[in-house]
Ligand binder design. Sequence first.
Ligand code: SAH
Ligand code: SF4
Ligand code: F3S
Length: 458
Amino acid sequence: MSKANKKLFIKTWGCQMNVYDSRRMADVLRPLGYEEVDGPEDADMIIMNTCHIREKATDKVFSEIGRLREHKKAKEQKGGRMLMAVAGCVAQAEGDFILERAPEIDMVFGPQTYHELPEMVLKASGMIGRPRIVNTDFPPESKFDLLPEENASQGVCAFLSVQEGCDKFCTFCVVPYTRGSEFSRSIKEIMEEAKILIEAGAKEITLLGQNVNAYHGEGLNGGQADLADVIYEISKFPEIERIRYSTSHPRDMDDHLIEAHGEIEKLMPFLHLPVQSGSDKILKSMNRKHGRDLFFEIIEKLRASRKDIVFSSDFIVGFPGETQQDHEDTLDLVRRTNFASAYSFKYSPRPGTPAANMQGLIREDIKSERLQELQALINEQQYAYNQTCLGQILPVLLDRKGHKTGQLMGRSPYNHSVHVTAPDRLLNQIVDIRITHAAPNSLSGEVVLVEDMPEAAE
Ligand code: SAH
Ligand code: SF4
Ligand code: F3S
């Protein structure tokens, strides 16, 4: 197989799972001579790793194909060849339709087929004709068993996928269709991948899954393990200083996991716990399998377990049948919980999901109004929370350079984005930062006592 350097450009949309998958696709393609590059110019292969969650996300893919087409043409005019592929959740959902609508696309393949990429690439780059490939199977084997051991260096903050797919079937959501049914990797396999990430410099690991706290993989002694077991095992690596997990479902927040928050110092005191709505009626119609009281109960238990824990969430406004009262209930849930941050979206009907056929559609202007009102409340809470950090000293894992020269950026334990003026040698370190400024979306501060740090004495 040719080891000649070929340029691979991957563009990623959607959730962290897609970010992780893009890294793994680069790993699979490296032995075929593909090296990742930062832009599409002159690439030998472009992969668009796509998201189908909302209509807007899907539209973006087709407009991006239009833009990237120009690069393909330019390459062909120079006598070269560029393979263009659509991967991810739009690929899974739209399959053949993408080939019909976009003649320049050579390959369409879903999230469960990435281990078959080398074969697909060899076929698509066939010398005779121009075979086009669609692969949206859910193969019986797990891709995790067949992906190469090497895991492209993700640096100091790494993602590790422990669970994939979803069996919850919330009525608005495409994920159970695009990612397939729930699957958990064994703890042994997870630990092996963690070791590789540590060798590549990881100090923080985020355990990923579409429904990560539904994790139920094989434990080290053969029995069934839960997410808390995975976290306990990962916390034993001395190199790992911080653990996070995403995305969790309130229904799967069991006592073992809640307890882990109190016992494992390395488990960061920030939890993204999507609730979607504060109205029992809407939660039922969304098939979320719990009411608002369970949410409050879990928040309370988690706060009792880990005093300083803060929360973020996801909300959908304008779900079919949502009355003004239902919306008020959501605002009330937000007021009572007090979030450190949260995402909110207008309901977007997705073809093939049960909610797409529901009565009681909400007018676009009402959705916009409700979204604005909810976002204003969330922003207010986030800003107020950020203000409480003024004067505090927070340990920040400085994982990247800032936009300004001499600036580094990182995350606090509570997931704030923190900017600081600091020398490059502090990159990839956890550094105490005194917070001097709190903006609505980020904090900034100054390094505390850097002269006393061993690094500085060298
Ligand atoms: N697994 C996670 C969420 C995955 S999707 C969970 O169980 O909550 C990420 C977020 O997108 C969801 O939390 C939801 O708020 C939003 N979302 C999903 N489908 C949507 C739709 N049809 N319209 C609007 N927002 C949607
Ligand atoms: Fe979608 Fe619901 Fe599954 Fe989350 S739990 S991925 S919202 S079906
Ligand atoms: Fe989007 Fe698929 Fe993730 S639809 S949110 S990329 S699971």
